[in-house]
Structure formats: structure tokens, C-alpha cells
Design a protein around this ligand. Structure first.
Ligand code: CO
Length: 135
């Protein structure tokens, strides 16, 4: 079902400082910040030869990553995302196997304009997994 690792998402409490650390300490190329109000985050992308890192900062009231920061001071690993060819087929297969999908189970459009679903971390020993349809 799964193929490439698409990205690893890290929550940070200060996006400017985090970007500086990745640029200054690691020599990373960091994109311009992109506000995604419908997801409650501001995101930057760091392209690596084999995948990308996303840094997420809370945006607006009730951001889902604000709650994450309350439990993880300063930030931390939020989720990993793997690609699937057909997100609806993946979801139906997972549900048939007894796995849980977050929200109403319908794919949402993610930060890269592709449909995504998130799987319940309780089914993966605490790790939040995103599946993104990439054609
Ligand atoms: Co993601």
C-alpha cells in the first residue's frame, strides 16, 4: 500500500528561530513560510534529496498543534507522511482491517494540494501517520 516517505513534520514553537537553526546549523534550504488557516498552521518546507521536512507553527485560535505544544515543550516530531497511489482505496482497506482514520474519514486537501488522511496514533504505538495520494 505505502510507497515513498513524502515528509516528516515537526512542530516548533518559534518558526523564525527554527528556520534559522536549520539554515545556520545544518545548511538547509528553507522555503518561505506558507499560512494554511484551514489547517491552523504556518508551514515551511525543507527539501532534502530523498524527502522533505516540514516545520509547523500554530496559526490562529484552536490550532491542533497548539495542543501538541502544551504537551511537548518547544516542539517535537508530529507526524510522518507516506505516499499512496489511491487514498480512498487505502482508507477502505485500512477500515476493513480494523484501523481507525481520524476525523470523518474523508480525505482533506493537504499542504501540497493532494488528498490526505491521518491514521489514529493508537493503532501505531503513538505515532501519527499521514497518507498522501500522489499520482
Ligand atoms: Co503532513
Amino acid at each position: 500500500m505505502i510507497s515513498r516517505l513524502n515528509h516528516v513534520a515537526l512542530v516548533v514553537d518559534d518558526l523564525d528561530k527554527a528556520c534559522h537553526s536549520w539554515q545556520h546549523l545544518l545548511g538547509a534550504t528553507v522555503s518561505e513560510p506558507q499560512a494554511l488557516p484551514e489547517h491552523g498552521v504556518t508551514v515551511v518546507f525543507i527539501d532534502l534529496p530523498n524527502t522533505r521536512i516540514e516545520l509547523l507553527e500554530p496559526l490562529g485560535d484552536g490550532s491542533p498543534v497548539s495542543r501538541f505544544l502544551e504537551k511537548h515543550t518547544g516542539g517535537g516530531l508530529h507526524h510522518i507522511c507516506m505516499e499512496v497511489a489511491d487514498v480512498i482505496a487505502a482508507r477502505d482497506d485500512l477500515l476493513a482491517k480494523g484501523a481507525r482514520i481520524l476525523g470523518d474519514g474523508e480525505p482533506k486537501i493537504g499542504a501540497h494540494g493532494n488528498p490526505v488522511i491521518f491514521m489514529h496514533p493508537g493503532d501505531f504505538h503513538g505515532t501519527l501517520i499521514e497518507l498522501e495520494e500522489v499520482k
